[in-house]
Each structure stands twice: as C-alpha cells, then as structure tokens.
Ligand binder design. Structure first.
Ligand code: SF4
Length: 198
C-alpha cells in the first residue's frame, strides 16, 4: 500500500498569510530539496524535516481523527510537501471531507486540485516552477530587496525573517519600509511564534 514520509501531524492555528488565525490540521512531510542558509537566503532554516515515518492515507486520516473531528482544513507543509503530494493523496483527503492548503517553496510544480496554494519562494525567480498561487510570501532579512516576482497571486506578502521565536526589530523595520514603498504588498508576521504555537 502506498505511503508518504511524514514528519509530524498536529492541530494548531494557521499563523501566516491570508488564512491567519484559522484552525488547521498540519500534515508536515519529511524531506526538502533545498538548504536555506543566512548567506544565501537571509535566514537559516529552523525546520527539522529529516525524521519521519511512512504512513498510508488511512493512517493519516486516523491521526487527524484523533486530534479533532471538527476541523476541515489541512495544511500540507514540510520540508517541501510538493516532493510527495500527488493526485491520489489529494483525492483521498477530499473524499474524506477535507480542504487542502499547501505551503511550498515554489521549486516544484504542484498537482491539480489543491484548495489554497501559498508559494514562499526559496529559489531564484527563473527557477520557480509553481507560478500561480492564492498567495505569495517572501521571507526577507534586513537589507534584502523585494524580488520582481514571477508568481501570479491574489495576495502578496513580505514576511520578516525570524531568529528562533523572535524577530529582530531592524528586520521588522526593514520589512515595514518595503511594504510602505510597495503598497500592493502586505506584511505577514509568523504569528504562531508570537502566540507560542507550532
Ligand atoms: S525550503 Fe523551507 S524547509 Fe526547505 S530548507 Fe528552505 S526553509 Fe527549510
């Protein structure tokens, strides 16, 4: 039976972007195709995505049911979920009554059928493969310019890079300045870290 390499499954609130504050089940996939470093990306990846266990759709659905019977939104995240998310998984979760959001680094084109796509590019613009999204979000450190994005989206966000659970005031100030200079972009802060949530 087909399985997916899953790092963790948990129930929390979406902390970023246009869905901020909405309760969601988080299905966090193991593995990533990138290594984000402060020298190249303006921040060090603080996500542990190496560990995990192989889980079938049935096991994933059972884990969701153990956490809540009410929440219908699932956030597919990672690591890089696009390395594993496929039509089979999307259809199975839809059939079980879930709506599916995904958070991807944009380097892999997504399958059809997802209900909400967040692209947070971590590669150069010419390497972005997922060019259509509901929202696009750039994580920026102090002094980093806003790229000329190739992603077409309904919402455009600048997200100040965090160091652990805190954001440097200078980074925040820099991102606020960028938003003021580019008013069709908005500020998206990783509120779940401020709330003490995962
Ligand atoms: S793309 Fe995301 S998960 Fe992968 S290394 Fe970069 S920040 Fe970490």
């Amino acid at each position: 039976m087909k399985s997916y390499r899953i790092n963790e499954i948990f129930f929390s609130l979406q902390g970023e972007g246009a869905r901020v504050g909405q309760p969601s089940l988080f299905l966090r996939f193991s593995k990533c195709n990138l290594i984000c470093k402060v020298e190249t990306h303006g921040f060090d990846c603080d996500t542990e995505f190496e560990s995990g266990s192989d889980q079938t759709v049935e096991e994933i659905l059972a884990a969701f049911g153990d956490l809540t019977s009410e929440c219908r939104w699932v956030v597919l995240t990672g690591g890089e979920p696009a390395l594993q998310v496929d039509v089979e998984l999307i259809e199975a979760l839809h059939e079980a009554g879930y709506r599916l959001a995904i958070e991807t680094n944009g380097s892999v084109e997504l399958p059809e059928g997802l209900d909400w796509v967040t692209v947070s590019p971590k590669v150069a613009e010419h390497e972005i493969r997922q060019k259509v999204a509901d929202e696009v979000k750039y994580v920026l450190g102090v002094g980093q310019a806003l790229p000329q994005t190739v992603v077409e989206a309904d919402h455009y966000w600048i997200s100040p890079a965090f160091e652990g659970d805190r954001v440097d005031p200078q980074t925040l100030e820099w991102c606020v300045r960028l938003v003021k200079e580019n008013p069709h972009w908005g500020l998206s802060v990783q509120m779940h870290k401020c709330w003490g949530l995962r």
